[in-house]
Design a protein around this ligand. Sequence first.
Ligand code: AMP
Length: 225
Amino acid sequence: MKSIMFIAPPAAGKGTQAEIIANKYNIPHISTGNILREIAKENTEIGNYIYETMSNGDLVKDEITYKLIENRLSLKDCKNGYIIDGFPRNLEQAIKYDEILKKVDLELGYVFALNIDKKELEKRVIGRRICENCNTTYNINEEHEMPRIESICDICGGNLYQRKDDNLDAFEARYKNYLEQTTDIIKYYEEKNILYHINGNASVEKIAQEIDSIISKEGKKNDND
Ligand code: AMP
């Protein structure tokens, strides 16, 4: 299956959608944010740098991000498709991504742009909670996304935490950055005819259905070729 990329503002639900597709099609979900958050836990020079940068809502240096992506995409489990989430974040990264793909012998697949209102994003950012153990995401401001017991993961019983950058100040910086940078990437992928706009204000289930119908339609087309 082709790889899948998500372009979406912070807290738009791309991580949730990525998990749904990853489970359904049994492909890895590669989130640069998750990879960087893991490194940020280490008390090393690079760990501390990443922690500070992420806390401010700024982008981590390209040289670090590129190396992480290349290493991750070189692993065997990416050969049958994967989901990339959080990368590329600007045109420069998109162009570099083409180079990395060539190097690791993979191809660009689907690009899904999740479009969603800013007010809704602010609500989601403030309410987002994540399991420190299995990374499942909840939202205490959404009836259908609340954990059953406050601060405890329904799935593994791990503690839920709030991301350091999930506050309105860091959100403003991340959102501004997103708007400035993504217009160009969206155009870049539209011109390649691989970009699909999705209404991110719809329910989790509806969005998942819409994405799935696009992927399965393509799958059927290829079967008939
Ligand atoms: P996310 O989980 O995708 O919202 O990413 C959280 C934070 O990780 C961002 O605000 C950046 O600090 C960092 N980050 C994630 N992906 C990238 C990337 N492609 N380039 C640079 N920094 C990134």
